[in-house]
Design a protein around this ligand. Structure first.
Ligand code: IYR
Length: 227
């Protein structure tokens, strides 16, 4: 079997433990400031910023380095309107029958409903597609761990948006097939996430959420004592 990639040296800067402690704490404190925001300003954001954010997302690891993602960047008002209409149609069904009582109750603190103005107001929508296989001269070639790979890329996308000083909403209108049709995506792609990006609306508020403390999410395993 032919080797596709040569191996090259990889060196990275090593920090002192003190420096690592400081960097990791500061990075956490900064990441902890990220919030999902549902109200956007229509203020323009230059395209190159979005391109850099998407380039960052595409540095994510992926199964067999297949990079099974496609990002669609939408700013056209007519397309945004079509996407809003498609999403609101599905969400109407969700909020009026498809979602369980328990689900609706769990969503109460977020005050969400089927009306999605942010899909038109935010200057950009990033529509992330996962590529379930590749087409190589009509032949299907497998991608691997597609959900994991695209999920990680989306996490990195959200942090890159936060780093640029912008806000995002991870929106998953369900089902999302209308996005394939509106954006004319090929048969090997499935919609994964819809991410409006922009500045927050003036004096915007977010729910007063608390994140789980470490002892609720982390189980630490000590070295087992030999008998
Ligand atoms: N997709 C719907 C409902 C929704 C579901 C969950 I889980 C959320 O965390 C938020 C919303 C909507 O976007 O309104």
């Amino acid at each position: 079997m032919e080797k596709e990639h040569a191996f090259i040296p990889y060196k990275r800067k090593i920090y002192s433990e003190e420096e690592m402690l400081r960097r990791s704490r500061e990075f956490f404190e900064w990441a902890n400031k990220r919030r999902t925001v549902r109200e956007f300003s229509d203020k323009h954001v230059p395209k190159e910023i979005l391109e850099n954010i998407i380039k960052t997302a595409s540095t994510a690891p992926s199964g067999a380095h297949k990079q099974p993602w496609s990002f669609c960047l939408v700013s056209d008002p007519e397309l945004k309107k079509q996407i809003r209409e498609g999403a609101e149609k599905e969400e109407h069904e969700n909020y009026h029958g498809r979602m369980s009582e328990q689900w609706l109750q769990d969503l109460m603190p977020f005050e969400t409903n089927e009306i999605k103005p942010f899909l038109e107001i935010a200057p950009w929508q990033i529509v992330v597609f996962k590529r379930v296989y590749e087409l190589d001269n009509q032949e299907k070639r497998n991608n691997y761990y597609v959900n994991e790979s695209v999920g990680i890329a989306c996490g990195m996308l959200l942090l890159a948006i936060h780093n640029a000083g912008l806000i995002a909403l991870t929106h998953t209108p369900s089902p999302m097939k209308f996005l394939t049709t509106i954006l004319g995506r090929p048969e090997n792609e499935r919609p994964f996430l819809l991410v409006p990006v922009g500045y927050p609306a003036e004096s915007v508020k977010v729910p007063d959420l608390k994140r789980k403390p470490l002892d609720k999410i982390l189980t630490f395993y000590r070295i087992l004592k030999k008998l």
